[in-house]
Design a protein around this ligand. Structure first.
Ligand SMILES: [Zn+2]
Length: 255
């Protein structure tokens, strides 16, 4: 599932991180830490890759690792009784998975699934908790991120309830576009329907409309964005709000 290598003791050196990997876009949370806090954490981070569909944490199970993606997208998904799972929050280089370990949390509340292959840094949750117990910047970061995640989940709840599927499709594609350095995006309409909790035929119909408007192009399990500005105009306001939430965490951590 994973390719693991130690991270150089300075993630600030892009030359080291670039070796053997696709163009590295480092993690914004790590980048926003004060140097003194980052330097304590860095020797314990390892650089890893995780394939599509890897499950990084499961609800009710111990948080084993804290993940800081550089590229790719991890979805926090919520299960329904009938065995379906809906994407609630998209996590990429602006965020992390398992960060609540820094506040003493030991159990995961949601499943984390890799939607687009992830390259990033990670650390054992137990070690992260130990370090955070002695580091106010890390504890503050964990708290702010937990608040932002809760706000995003609330936003998604509202979005799933009131916003049209077409606007939600556009938002989902924008979240993926922001985090995945690839075009076209490797995503089937079945996967998109599952992530949004709607019928495959509904996704097909809406994708056809977006394609006829020159906004996207769909072909053989891949979706290409043809008009990014139009995609942003068509997406519901939730996309912009969610982006502001994560940006605010990054800015406050750097302050
Ligand atoms: Zn929405």
């Amino acid at each position: 599932m994973s390719d693991v290598r130690p991270v150089h003791d300075s993630l600030k050196d892009p030359g080291v991180l670039g070796v053997g990997f696709p163009p590295v876009r480092r993690n914004h949370l790590l980048d926003s830490l004060p140097p003194s806090a980052f330097d304590v954490l860095a020797p314990h981070l390892v650089q890893t890759t995780h394939a599509k569909d890897s499950v990084l944490q499961s609800p009710g199970r111990p948080i084993q690792r804290v993940y800081f993606p550089y590229t790719g997208l991890i979805a926090l998904v919520t299960g329904l009784e009938e065995g379906r799972f809906l994407d609630t929050v998209a996590v990429g280089r602006e965020g992390a998975v398992g960060l609540s370990a820094g506040m003493g949390a030991q159990t995961a509340y949601s499943m984390a699934v890799v939607r687009f292959p992830v390259t990033g840094a990670e650390i054992s949750a137990a070690r992260f908790a130990e370090i955070a117990a002695r580091s106010k910047p890390l504890r503050d970061l964990s708290t702010r991120y937990a608040d932002a995640l809760l706000a995003q989940v609330q936003q998604r709840l509202v979005c799933n309830t009131v916003h049209p599927v077409q606007e939600r499709i556009c938002g989902w594609l924008l979240h993926a576009h922001d985090r995945v350095a690839a075009d076209p995006l490797a995503v089937t309409q079945e996967a998109l329907a599952e992530a949004l909790g709607v019928q495959r035929t509904t996704v097909t119909m809406n994708c056809r409309t977006l394609q006829s408007q020159g906004i996207i192009h769909v072909r053989r399990g891949r979706i290409s964005i043809r008009n990014l500005a139009a995609l942003e105009r068509t997406a519901c306001s939730c996309y912009r709000i969610e982006r502001q939430l994560t940006n605010a965490v990054n800015r406050s951590a750097a302050a």
